[in-house]
Write a protein that binds this ligand. Structure first.
Ligand code: BG6
Length: 476
């Protein structure tokens, strides 16, 4: 739809950006923190670990001051479960509570609304040793952890996110580093784990609504609209299949409290049906287990064609945004109309609007974007300058589509690109940078870790100060 004039961003729009604990904090074993699955994982050759990351644990005050200088209204960060409960359950670590109390207070002192992810890939290793998400006890460990977060931080945190990208942990556990490769039948086991995570999420939502007055909670999946490669009905059906498996399975459960029927038939066909115990579906369908909003991460769309069951389509690619496919279900297709980033991710700003519209019309809940951004090999030039014009271009085009989606009637209340400051990528190290703030380190040389404002820092500051108006006025 072409509009003569666009609606403005709402006055209280939450401009900000995101990070996650293990990718930014460092201090991996300090002050009583226990090991997580990420700390114990193997890293690809040539790629750094997460032990120091951006050293945010020791520099959070300086970092928050920089976010405030950009004019952030909100900041999305995750809490490391293993700082609060070093073993996942049992004794609380007071030092962990203290760190997040300090961070939250610092944000509030700078008028920045904390937006907290409870769990971003870093499951406590002590729970993993007992079966991780395959073990039903992890459901209650998560609910107990969530309760502890509400009790300690709920007086100041109004926006909660349960699990980051549960769908990517299931579909691309090898890229994220969460998949246990020793599993006998990985897919069946993964969908069992998925069922347990859904229950954990439902319990956390129920508790949030019980314990905290006025707090809001939502899921945080990675959602991509799925295009058919052609208008051939078989390709459209394949897109429909992948949409169900990649996107709606997760949001239908969170928002409607039931399994998506296409995804369920896929489980039956492939032998992935999870074991459901008595009472599970009642918890999932509980009226107070419904989210107040949907947070989602968007990097690109996906394009698929039909798979006849005799091609070489297989499930995972080892990268969360690249689709290969699954025999007889769908097959990844390169979209000839889209450019790719240096890391092979398709760039599709218009697809962002499509995705926003699809989610909103399907669930009719307020939306917030909790990740969107461009990973690149930024170059630090003489005089502490980083000319990341490509990032500005990427973000500008995507913010413009947010505006168009708002004009379409989508209730979008915030935008938090990835990432606030440079951090370590999930599987491609610290040289793949996303931040507005450069962190002076290399893959294996920690240098001085000093913070340097990139060109995009100043640009985003102007975007926020104008409440997005400089994007609207820009006719390009
Ligand atoms: C999302 C994750 O999948 O994408 C983040 O929630 C991640 O943790 C981001 O960093 C970008 O992906 P990558 O692989 O480039 O770090």
């Amino acid at each position: 739809m072409y509009y003569e004039s666009l609606k403005s961003f709402p006055d209280d729009f939450l401009w900000g950006a995101s990070t996650s604990a293990y990718q930014i904090e460092g201090a991996w074993d300090e002050d009583g923190k226990g090991p997580s699955v990420i700390d114990m994982a193997q890293h690809p050759e040539g790629v750094t670990d997460f032990k120091v990351a951006s050293d945010h644990y020791h520099r959070y005050k300086e970092d928050v001051a920089l976010l405030a200088e950009m004019g952030f209204k909100t900041y999305r960060f995750s809490i490391a479960w293993t700082r609060i409960y070093p073993k996942g359950t049992g004794e609380i670590n007071p030092k962990g509570i203290e760190f997040y109390n300090n961070l939250i207070d610092e944000l509030i002192a700078h008028d920045i609304e904390p937006l907290v992810t409870m769990y971003h890939f870093d499951l406590p290793y002590a729970l993993q040793e007992k079966g991780g998400w395959s073990n039903r006890k992890t459901i209650d460990a998560f609910a107990n952890y969530a309760k502890t977060l509400y009790e300690n931080f709920g007086d100041r945190v109004k926006y909660w996110l349960t699990i980051n990208e549960q769908n990517m942990m299931i579909l691309h556990g090898d890229a994220i580093g969460t998949l246990d490769s020793n599993l006998e039948n990985p897919e069946k086991e993964l969908y069992q784990q998925n069922h347990h995570m859904m229950l954990a999420q439902a319990k956390a939502m129920i508790l949030c609504h019980q314990i905290l007055d006025g707090a809001k909670i939502g899921p945080a999946p990675n959602i991509s609209a799925v295009y058919p490669a052609t208008s051939k009905p078989e390709d459209v059906l394949a897109a429909n299949n992948f949409n169900a498996i990649r996107n709606w399975l997760y949001l239908d459960m969170a928002c409607f409290g039931r399994y998506n029927s296409v995804a369920w038939s896929y489980f039956e066909e492939k032998g992935y049906v999870p074991e459901i115990q008595e009472g599970d579906m009642e918890i999932l369908a509980d009226a107070t287990a419904r989210p107040d909003f949907i947070a989602f991460n968007y990097y690109s769309t996906a394009t698929v064609e039909a798979s006849r069951g005799n091609d070489d389509a297989k499930n995972s690619t080892g990268d969360q945004q690249i689709v290969i496919g699954e025999q007889g279900v769908y097959k990844g297709h390169t979209n000839q109309y889209l450019e790719k980033t240096e890391f092979g991710w398709e760039v599709d700003p218009v697809g962002f609007r499509v995705t926003l519209r699809e989610i909103y019309s399907r669930y009719n809940l307020p939306l917030i974007v909790t990740e969107n951004g461009l990973g690149a090999f930024d170059k630090l030039e003489e005089g502490d300058v980083v000319n990341d014009d490509y990032r500005i271009e990427y973000l500008k085009k995507h913010i413009k589509q947010c505006q168009l989606a708002i004009t379409d009637g989508v209730e979008l209340f915030g935008y938090c690109p990835w990432s606030a400051i440079d951090l370590v990528s999930t599987h491609q190290g610290s040289s793949k940078r996303y931040g507005f703030i450069y962190v002076n380190r290399e893959e294996f040389d920690l240098k001085d870790l000093r913070r340097i404002k990139k060109k995009s820092f100043y640009w985003y500051k102007d975007v926020i100060a104008s409440n997005g108006a400089i994007i609207v006025e820009d006719k390009n």
